[in-house]
Design a protein. Structure first.
Lengths: 123, 413
């Protein structure tokens, strides 16, 4: 999925982990689209979703809301959810202020997220 | 009401013209001349039809509305050549990129008439596609060369790509045999942006293109043009470029007027012999107080973000702090957009100013504000509170104003 502000690329790691990497910016103009695109790419058979925001330059509360919404969906299906954001970035600060850690795992690198997903209990 | 039916029977009564005669009473020699003239008239008409078709096509392909970016004003012109069917093939374009930069394009397809205009359309679309992929200018040109080689009818074209970064105040250029753009510095001194030359598109199989990054300080203008502006029967390319550079010292600030001035100077007799495409970009210095009025729609959020980011950085505010201020302001704007309006066109205003060591931000709408009940609005307000030192919401009859203040470490430049 791509629009004027953002592009989402999907990667499947193993058979059960989906990584959605967002490049660009998420705001009220595209958060709904990004959410739909990510949700559609997570099959019910997946065990984990990793949203990689390493290349995300901007996120606002609608973007945060999108993450909470995804987390809600996933937890109802017992799928694990983690968000990758490098330490010290503006995006990280916003996510921390909104306490994204309360609904998913917030890590600094994709490897950390993959390791955690690997260790997650099977549904 | 006049009825002319009465005249017709009498016309019919006239005897038929004798064979070989062009008309009643015309001798044979005149008839031949008449037919020849008629032939010429038809040929001229055909040229004129081709001309006007090419011109219509050409104009319909060029951007009518140039994009607007904070701090960057654009204007452009296309002038058809006055020579026989000397129309088609020159174009300009401006493509906003995802990261807030703007790709400016100027090109010239060799050839004339409808065919050149049609080829130009192919090339224009291809440049847009490659530029939107985020490819660097040299790579766009490389791909364009491949694209031209794959066209059913190969052609040759010159093309120049200039990616303007209003934040960094730079322009990144790559050229495929196109004349160099003119940079007019804030003090009026003109400099041609001569970079490493590159082959025209379609000239060789494996061209290589290099890029140059040049400073484009606030207050300067960038002028992109095609050779019709600087080349003519009456002067060499060098002379033409000298005339163009001569417009630098008193180039009007407004890009539209600047276009007029450049055309007046470049085209001595007021009209172009060859096609001319011209694009002028003016980079404005960030104002002391930022004042924006935007349409109340989500698409405006990015415009506020860009303008505010540029204003903050010009004020010496670091990236991390600028980000937080952008988010706080963006949340207030989101509220103005989502909560304040009935359907239909509406606007909101943003003002940013500096008050000693504090930044003051104001977001005003002109509608009835509904206090958010949890959800996104609630999260947005909570974010503003965390990212600013004070938040004040003034719900008036005419609209709502959100005032935010934050101590800043930034030092104005």
């Amino acid at each position: 999925m791509r629009d004027r502000l953002a592009e989402v690329q999907f990667d499947e790691v193993g058979a059960e982990t989906v990584v959605a990497a967002v490049t660009g910016e998420i705001d009220g103009s595209n958060a709904g689209e990004v959410q739909r695109a990510v949700a559609e790419h997570v099959p019910t058979t997946a065990r984990a979703l990793i949203v990689d925001l390493t290349q995300t330059a901007y996120i606002d509360s609608t973007g945060v809301e999108l993450l909470f919404e995804l987390a809600r969906r996933l937890s109802s299906r017992r799928q694990s959810f983690s968000v990758v954001v490098p330490q010290g970035s503006g995006v990280r600060r916003v996510l921390e202020l909104c306490d994204i850690g309360s609904v998913g795992l917030l890590v600094a690198t994709r490897d950390e997220a993959l390791a955690a997903a690997d260790g997650a209990p099977s549904a | 009401m006049v009825d002319d039916r009465g005249l017709r029977p009498r016309e019919r009564d006239l005897p038929p013209p004798p064979p070989g005669s062009g008309g009643a009473g015309e001798p044979g020699g005149d008839a031949i001349l008449g037919a020849a003239l008629e032939g010429l008239r038809r040929a001229a008409e055909e040229v004129e039809v081709e001309r006007s078709t090419a011109e219509t096509l050409q104009r319909s392909l060029l951007r009518q509305q140039l994009p607007e970016l904070p701090g960057l004003r654009l204007a452009a012109r296309y002038l058809p050549g006055s020579g026989e069917a000397r129309i088609g093939g020159d174009w300009y374009d401006a493509i906003p990129l995802r990261d807030g930069r703007l790709a400016l394009v100027i090109g010239d397809v060799v050839g004339r008439g409808i065919e050149a205009a049609a080829r130009m359309a192919h090339l224009q679309s291809a440049v847009r596609a490659y530029a939107l992929e985020g490819l660097r200018p040299s790579l766009v040109l490389e791909r364009m060369n491949g694209f031209v080689e794959e066209l059913e009818k190969r052609c040759t074209a010159t093309l120049l790509l200039a990616v303007v970064d209003p934040d960094a105040e730079t322009v990144r250029l790559a050229t495929a045999g196109h004349p160099p753009p003119l940079i007019v510095n804030p003090d009026g001194t003109p400099t041609f942006a001569e970079g490493p030359p590159g082959n025209p598109l379609g000239a060789t199989h494996f061209p290589s293109y290099e890029e140059t990054v040049l400073a484009l300080p606030s207050g300067s203008a960038l002028i992109l043009y095609t050779d019709g502006l600087v080349e003519g029967a009456d002067r060499s390319l060098d002379q033409g470029m000298e005339i163009l550079a001569g417009t630098g010292p008193d180039l009007p600030d407004d890009p539209d007027e600047a276009c007029r001035r450049v055309l007046d100077a470049g085209l001595a007799d007021g009209h172009a012999h060859d096609d001319v495409a011209l694009l002028v970009a003016r980079l404005d210095a960030p104002p002391e107080t930022l004042d924006l009025i935007l349409r109340a729609e989500p698409g405006s959020l990015v415009a506020v973000r860009r303008a505010l980011g540029r204003w903050l950085r010009a004020g010496g505010v670091g990236d991390a702090e600028a980000y937080e201020v952008q988010v706080a302001c963006g949340e207030a704007c989101s509220n103005a957009i989502t909560h304040a309006y009935p359907p239909g066109e509406a606007h909101f205003a943003v003002r940013a100013s500096r008050d000693g060591d504090e930044l003051a931000l104001e977001v005003s709408d002109f509608g009835a504000w509904r206090p958010p009940r949890g959800g996104q609005g609630g999260r947005g307000l909570a974010l503003i509170e965390q990212l600013t030192d004070s938040l004040e919401i003034d719900r008036g009859v005419a609209g709502t104003t959100v005032r935010m203040r934050r101590r800043s470490n930034g030092v104005p430049r």
